[in-house]
Design a protein around this ligand. Structure first.
Ligand code: DGY
Length: 325
């Protein structure tokens, strides 16, 4: 009997077909989730899991998954998974790097432009019937912030941060960065995080969420940002203190914010951020283009098929699990 792979969300048919050549597939229905208590025996029978960032895989969940040999996440971020809990049990974890940088940077730059030039706010203004004969073009009407000629500070210079830097150069921005790895890129000036926050007109966050980056952009750091700056986050919600962002918007320290990701997703309807007119929000759609999602599915299936063949995953987050092979 072939090994069973539990697939938490339906992938496009061609990818499911490729997986099905190597394993029996147990694809969850729309109403089911990996952590459902009712899924107990199906979880314990599975050899592999193909999941997404909406599936939390922690020690408690892993307890009854004694057959599990691999997890392949259709995401580049793996903060939804307890990686060390997998590693101690020799379970390989795959992700999907290298295919979503441009789509995510496009989203970040769209948020930057929208926040700077009040595009979403203007859209609401018209739809709400506020654009009237007495509220219309005047020299001071709907003033935004200049993008060209300003400084963009990039926090995290991985593939998405670098793609953001290329876009900013095209808009005539000065580009600075701080990155935990110390990586340097031509045309991008390296600064300390403190200097970057103090001097950037726009700050865009592109680090992965980890213990070292949780709450990195906290209240104390936001208070040191250049007055009137704009904060963009397309990385993960836990990196930015949301209540500090709301307070900084209220007191005018921040001009605006553009957010694709939130501490809790979906963002609660009563979030202070949603009440602020200068916050542009989108529902975690950084990588949401059809071609990017196909490439992510492809990477995830390549990883899963390698694991099913007993080979190392080509995009493996914890390659130390292969040390004993
Ligand atoms: C990822 O893959 O981690 C992204 O957040 C998906 O949009």
């Amino acid at each position: 009997m072939p090994n069973t792979v539990l697939v938490t969300q339906p992938l496009p048919d061609q990818y499911l077909a490729r997986l099905a050549e190597h394993a029996e597939l147990d694809v969850l229905d729309a109403g089911e989730s990996l952590s459902d208590p009712a899924l107990g025996t199906r979880r314990s029978a599975c050899y592999g899991v193909v999941c997404t960032l909406t599936d939390t895989i922690d020690r408690a969940l892993l307890k009854d998954m004694n057959m599990l040999k691999f997890v392949s996440s259709v995401s580049v971020g793996v903060d939804h998974i307890d990686v060390s809990a997998l590693s101690v049990r020799g379970i390989a974890l795959g992700n999907t790097p290298g295919v979503l940088a441009d789509a995510t940077a496009d989203t970040a730059f769209a948020l930057l432009l929208s926040a700077a030039r009040r595009i979403a706010e203007g859209d609401r203004y018209i739809r709400d019937g506020k654009w009237t004969a007495s509220n219309r073009w005047s020299p001071g009407f709907f003033l935004g912030k200049d993008v060209s000629g300003s400084t963009l500070g990039i926090v995290g210079l991985g593939p998405v941060g670098q793609a953001m830097a290329r876009r900013a150069a095209g808009f005539g921005m000065t580009v600075a960065s701080w990155t935990p790895s110390g990586r340097k890129v031509p045309g991008v000036c390296s600064l300390s995080l403190e200097a970057l926050l103090a001097t950037s007109d726009f700050v865009s966050v592109h680090v992965a969420l980890a213990d070292t980056t949780r709450n990195l952009i906290n209240g104390a750091r936001i208070a040191t940002m250049k007055p009137g700056a704009v904060l963009i986050n397309t990385a993960r919600g836990g990196i930015v203190d949301e209540s500090a962002v709301a307070a900084a918007l209220d007191d005018g320290r921040l001009f605006a914010a553009g957010l694709d990701v939130f501490e809790e997703e979906p963002v609660p309807a009563d979030s202070l951020l949603l009440k602020h007119p200068r916050v542009v929000v989108v529902p975690h759609i950084g990588s949401a283009t059809a071609s990017t999602r196909l490439k992510m599915a492809d990477r995830a299936v390549v990883n899963a098929v390698a694991a099913l063949r007993g080979e190392p995953m080509p995009y493996c987050v914890n390659p130390e699990v292969y040390a004993a092979l």
